[in-house]
Design a protein around this ligand. Sequence first.
Ligand SMILES: [Zn+2]
Length: 104
Amino acid sequence: MHAPVISRKGVFHCGACHSVLVKRTSYLLHPHLRNDVYVCQNPLCSASYSGHTEITGLVSPSGIPNAPACDLPPTPAYERALAERALRQQQNDAQLDIFDSPSP
Ligand SMILES: [Zn+2]
């Protein structure tokens, strides 16, 4: 049994001969889910594999004004960024109160 090949470039390798797999076909099953078929580039092997690519979350929102809302959940990192922004805003609002002129 050969050790699995782990590519740092994110390229899949054939489980039988360890040659690079190339995406042959790809089609959408759902707006956020794609089915992919990969073929081994070794002509003597030519094994093929299928799999899925799925978009599962929103990492950062669109910068387009009035962009439609995203139906994907925010990633934990994005939720943390929103919470930090809200906390900063709250702290800034609290600081501004110091400089507000006292009401008569
Ligand atoms: Zn192969």
